[in-house]
Ligand binder design. Structure first.
Ligand code: SF4
Length: 276
């Protein structure tokens, strides 16, 4: 008899659930809604929202009217200014944890600190925090990058919300040598750590892990990488990718999913694995 287990923490986090709910609530017969960038890194969810009347734009220049949904990653102040200047409706789905990091960066900057964000500078959330911190703020995501920074008078540190707690500590220990006046605001959200530790635990107990989520989702890809260090792992987007051959000699299967993977896709994968 085959056993299929779900990780204790998996799928949508609070911020993503909230953003999707706000997006769905924004649809009215009178006005079209558009997310600024994909609302989450999951093509199936983006397609489902499109069917509900929620489109996607990459820049505000693409529309002259309607409702703009700012996604959970947040945006910089100039985007709010442009939305207002164009007379567009705003639905702000910035995750409250991201908002906290944005506000912290702005506050540190106002207090005269050089702001350093520990996070991936190419991630939209970090780009938004950089903008709130104002000119001169920098982002680093390795100890080497941190070591390469100059000495500062006052230094203020915040983190990308999804950054690993362990790596944050290591990078902060390097940054502590960059100033004698350092303020640290640890703006890490627990959703990522909880999903990662639950996935690693389950991967250590089963023979095969299936990680469900967008191939373009950084947090899902990270889950797959962590699981693959423990057992054979497949990263799939939908139940259609589940293959018979995977199960030939396997008795115990584990399933996890990234913070941007909808419940209905996890359920389909679970049910398909049970039937194999
Ligand atoms: S991972 Fe955390 S910070 Fe990011 S959207 Fe989800 S709840 Fe918010």
């Amino acid at each position: 008899m085959r056993e299929v287990y779900l990780a204790e923490n998996l799928g949508f986090c609070y911020g993503v659930k909230r953003a999707i709910q706000l997006a769905e609530d924004s649809v009215t017969p009178q006005s079209r809604s558009y997310t600024l960038g994909p609302i989450i890194h999951n093509p199936q969810m983006v397609a489902r929202l499109a069917e509900e009347g929620i489109g996607k734009i990459e820049t505000l220049d693409e529309i002259a009217q309607g409702t703009v949904i700012v996604r959970s990653h947040g945006v910089g102040p100039h985007v709010y200014e442009k939305i207002e200047a164009k007379g567009l409706n705003l639905v702000d789905a910035t995750c409250p944890h991201v908002r906290k990091a944005q506000n912290a960066a702005r506050q540190l900057s106002d207090d005269g600190c050089q702001v350093v964000i520990v996070g991936d500078k190419n991630h939209p959330e970090v780009r938004s925090i950089l903008e709130w911190a104002g000119e001169g703020a920098v982002a680093v995501d390795t100890e080497e990058e941190a070591a390469g920074l100059p000495m500062y008078g006052r230094l203020g540190i915040v983190s990308q919300t999804t950054f690993s707690g362990a790596r944050f500590k290591k990078i902060v220990s390097v940054l502590l040598d960059k100033s004698s006046d350092v303020r640290i605001i640890r703006t890490i959200c627990t959703a990522t750590d909880l999903r990662q530790s639950a996935a690693v635990k389950l991967a250590g107990e089963v023979e095969l892990m299936i990680v469900v989520g967008g191939k373009n989702s950084a947090n899902t890809t990270k889950l797959a990488q962590l699981c693959s260090e423990k057992c054979k792992t497949y990263h799939i987007e939908t139940a259609a990718e589940v293959c018979d051959e995977w199960f030939a000699t396997i008795k115990k299967i584990g399933i996890t999913a990234g913070a941007s993977t909808p419940d209905w896709i996890i359920k389909e994968v679970y049910e398909k694995c049970q039937k194999k």
